[in-house]
Design a protein around this ligand. Structure first.
Ligand code: CA
Length: 220
């Protein structure tokens, strides 16, 4: 999953960035509203935006309104001060999907991100099931025939992107975008390597190769 973090406070930004990366999200961080605009216009592939509302150069609310005006439906979690009820209401009215209060409770922040990502994928239920495979996104547990399977962080990132949209084909480039943020080097066959690893661990039925197009997991 690829996230855009919009936060002008360097200390808070670093804490949140470390937290999200430790959870294996690919994260891009921008520090003002105009950079947020640019990042959103350049990439269509964000799964969620964590948007601070008080930003230099362009206010967070303006960034959000512009997104919704151009029909960008990427889930947005707005961050507001604990006492700023007006901001929270303005954020929700401008098209935010949820809000989170500052200073952050980090566990709550992660839970809200997971809930929004689930909802955006049209899956209210927290478990993905296919034949003998059970996947628990919240805890990143995977079981095959009831036996826990250990995945590497990047294998997990590939699997997570695929199960977010069962039945949809993701190209190698789309999967690469989910895997890496701007700073990371992408080796050309990395996605194939992770797919190969996943198939070895989970069997070859779950992840299907759609020749010349990409990869998909079937709908249940
Ligand atoms: Ca701020």
């Amino acid at each position: 999953m690829r996230l855009l973090l919009v936060e002008d406070d360097t200390m808070i930004g670093e804490v949140v960035l470390d937290l999200l990366r430790a959870e294996h999200y690919a994260v891009d961080w921008v520090k003002d509203g105009e950079m947020a605009d640019t990042a959103l216009l350049q990439s269509q592939s964000y799964d969620l935006v964590l948007l601070d509302l008080g930003l230099p150069r362009k206010d967070g609310l303006e960034v959000l309104r512009a997104m919704r005006a151009r029909k960008d439906r990427t889930p947005v979690l707005v961050a507001t001060a604990r006492d700023a009820v007006d901001q929270r209401i303005a954020g929700l009215d401008a098209g935010a999907d949820d809000y989170v209060l500052k200073p952050y409770d980090l566990d709550e922040l992660l839970a809200r991100i997971r809930a929004l990502l689930r909802r955006a994928a049209g899956r209210a239920e927290p478990v993905f099931e296919y034949n003998n495979i059970l996947i628990f996104p919240a805890t990143r547990e995977v079981q095959a025939d009831g036996v826990p399977v250990t995945l590497s962080a990047r294998e997990w990132a590939v699997l997570e992107a695929l199960i977010a949209r069962p039945g949809a084909v993701l190209s190698r480039a789309q999967l690469e975008e989910k895997l890496y943020s701007w700073r990371d080097e992408v080796s050309s066959n990395a996605v194939e390597v992770y797919i190969h690893g996943l198939r070895k661990k989970l069997g070859s039925d779950l992840i299907q190769n759609v020749r010349g197009v990409g990869y998909m997991v079937p709908k249940r």
